[in-house]
Design a protein around this ligand. Structure first.
Ligand code: SF4
Length: 310
């Protein structure tokens, strides 16, 4: 009896998240505890944020909370032009830990605004990354539109003239496919994202979870509830026909979930640390798992250099 555990090789922290966390760690080394402030959560993971907080890093929801003289770090999700300008006008040492993939999208929106092109952002209204991306459009903000579904495309009225679209990085190419199709059907001239404006890490993690779902009764995703990419992984598993849960760590595992299962899949969102995954595997082995089998291949992901902190 018992169950086997399938562990996705393609899981957990991506290059952008690792870079953001390393940026805060380097800043801590350079400036010491008590001086570092991060605007918003550096990445959407409770363990990462609590760990950095315990080392003397502060997190703020707005610039008003940050004292003069602070070292201010922008999170991996990026910020709007307005926030950038406000921050640089204050007495802060600003360090930008925005993921380079997100920064490339920012530059695209920036240029579109400067050229007066209409822009469409496919993503979740209100997500920090989307707020930052929309806020990177220079000029009339009425020319940037946030949509998510093919139905939203029907409601757009972009008029004649050039236009572009980009997608939120926590959505995979698969997820946005229907919306992109509807957008291109309605506006054949619209210019889509280049390869460097989409996130390969997101796609690879979703593909791996789809594979797990086809082989498992239950798929456990390590990640925080406010992590968009982790929630997407849970949804991908559910769409693939498996039960799926999103948990911060092993303390949330309910033994009842494991009654009558033959195979349990495990993966982790792009902001979840590997030690959380290992904690989950250990608990599953205690609860009747008899082996851990790593599945799928591991892509050699890009590495992003940490920005200068001094
Ligand atoms: S998921 Fe992609 S865009 Fe987001 S931080 Fe990671 S590498 Fe960057």
């Amino acid at each position: 009896m018992g169950f086997k555990i399938l562990l996705a090789r393609e899981r957990g922290m991506c290059a952008g998240v690792e870079r953001a966390i390393r940026t805060v760690e380097e800043a801590l080394k350079a400036y010491g505890p008590g001086k570092i402030w991060v605007l918003h959560e550096i990445v959407h993971n409770r363990h990462v944020v609590e760990d950095l907080r315990s080392q003397g890093v502060s997190f703020a929801d707005s610039l008003d909370e940050v004292p003069d003289g602070a070292v201010l770090i922008f999170s991996a999700h990026g910020v709007s032009l307005e926030v950038e300008e406000q921050a640089r006008s204050r007495d802060f040492k600003v360090i930008d830990a925005t993921c380079p993939v997100v920064s490339a999208i920012h530059r695209k929106l920036n240029r579109a605004g400067a050229q007066g092109l209409a822009a469409v952002v496919i993503g979740h209204q209100g997500h920090q990354e989307v707020i930052g991306t929309v806020g990177q459009y220079q000029g009339d903000s009425g020319r940037v539109h946030v949509i998510l579904t093919p139905e939203d495309v029907e409601k757009l009225s972009l008029g004649a003239g050039d236009k572009i679209f980009v997608t939120q990085t926590t959505l995979s190419v698969d997820e946005t496919a229907e919306t992109v199709k509807a957008l291109r059907a309605r506006y054949p001239e619209i210019e889509g994202p280049r390869k460097d404006n989409t996130c390969r890490a997101t796609q690879l993690r979703q593909d791996a979870v789809k594979d797990l779902a086809s082989q498992c009764d239950l798929v456990i995703i390590a990640g925080s509830r406010n992590s968009s990419n982790s929630r997407r992984l849970m949804e991908v598993a559910q769409k693939g026909g498996a039960r799926s849960v999103l948990i911060d760590d092993e303390s949330e595992i309910d033994q009842n979930w494991l009654a009558d299962v033959e195979a349990v899949g495990v993966s982790a969102g792009a902001s979840a640390p590997e030690y959380v995954v290992q904690g989950i595997l250990k608990r599953l082995l205690e609860y009747g798992g008899h082996e851990v089998i790593e599945t799928g291949s591991k892509d050699s992901e890009r590495k992003f250099p940490v920005p200068e902190v001094k």
